[in-house]
Design a protein around this ligand. Sequence first.
Ligand SMILES: Cc1ncc(COP(=O)(O)O)c(C=O)c1O
Length: 408
Amino acid sequence: MNLLGCTALYRPSWSTSTLAPRGVGAGWVNPAPAGVSNRLPPHGGNLSQEAQRLGMQPSQLLDASASLVPFRPPRALRRALASAIQGQALRDYPDRSQADLRSAIASWHGLDPEQVLGGNGAAELFTWAARDATAAGLSVLPQPGFADYSRALACWGGAIKQQPLPLEWGDGWPQPFPLAALSEASDVIWITNPHNPTGQLWSRASLEPLLAQYELVICDEAFLPLVPGGEDQSLLPLVADHPNLVVIRSLTKLFAIAGLRLGYAVAAPDRLQRWHGWRDPWPVNGLAIAAGVAVMNDPVGLQRWQGRVQQWVQQEGTWFRAQLDAIPGVKPYPSAANYLLIQGEQSLLELREQLAQQGVLLRDCRSFQCLGECWLRIGLQDRRGNQRILRALQRAQANRAWSRATSF
Ligand SMILES: Cc1ncc(COP(=O)(O)O)c(C=O)c1O
């Protein structure tokens, strides 16, 4: 099924409606990529801004606009943070070499520590990947895709070619990457596996040939550890033999530590040394290092945690999609990841606002190219959270015409 037909992109209703953020900090809404109005929220997870707009406390909101594991971070991580606070981590400068963190991550993946570089979340590392990408030439960005790559490329004036992704959800995962045989020449390709916002999981076999076609391949595996069977599709085992490959991972999703911030890049040592020389001296703070070392140095605990997370994605994802399927007016799409897209035949902005008024935040998809106001992305929650989303949808449906006017 090809879904690129939805053309309702950036319609002006936003600028005239009550949806526009207001109050303190409205000018500081996340900067949007070029061509996207700054009044749109290009990223989910704007909890405090949304709470202020809605006149609620952040704790009253269920934030399904971001896609984080809904469990508390593992006990080992919380303990490590507490003991780091009791100890010297607040007072001392963090270890600039990140020696313990890099060796813990390397040993989990069976890599050399020189191939690993910690970052202030994956997002910070995209900035340095983008600097290399800009030097290499033209970057292909599959769309709809994660907007932060454009932000990172814009830092360096990087040239971008937006490449529409044929949105097709086949039967089961993984799927072959559909842009493997692009006819026009370009230098760099940015891959997201699983893809955001669509939740498609690409097969390693279909990604591998890209390494011979592009000067630089940047693969964002932020959500891969959450996906059942996802690790089998990782490009990490290919890094040693491919100096033109960069794999970027995030621990903020897996351990629900988006406020702490931790990610890492895996690539050729000389590339990472270059990045290390460019960035500010202490991009990863001492608490994040302590937390990362604790979880990555505990392979048994990590395996157990990953198993728990993947089981949740498998079970809850299947259940939630089936429930959404029964709601008239929206069509949920399959996803290998902990988020999924829903589509309406008409704009879903009003629905989104009705849910927000009930304290449930869904992701506005207008900042994703090739999507628009007919689409929303929902981050998977635990059963109670998912039931709250479903109840809010049912209430909104009982109120409004948007559901009656559609044939889904
Ligand atoms: C595909 C993808 N990669 C990376 C990130 C950013 O990860 P981090 O929080 O570690 O910076 C996000 C955040 O939403 C994302 O969706």
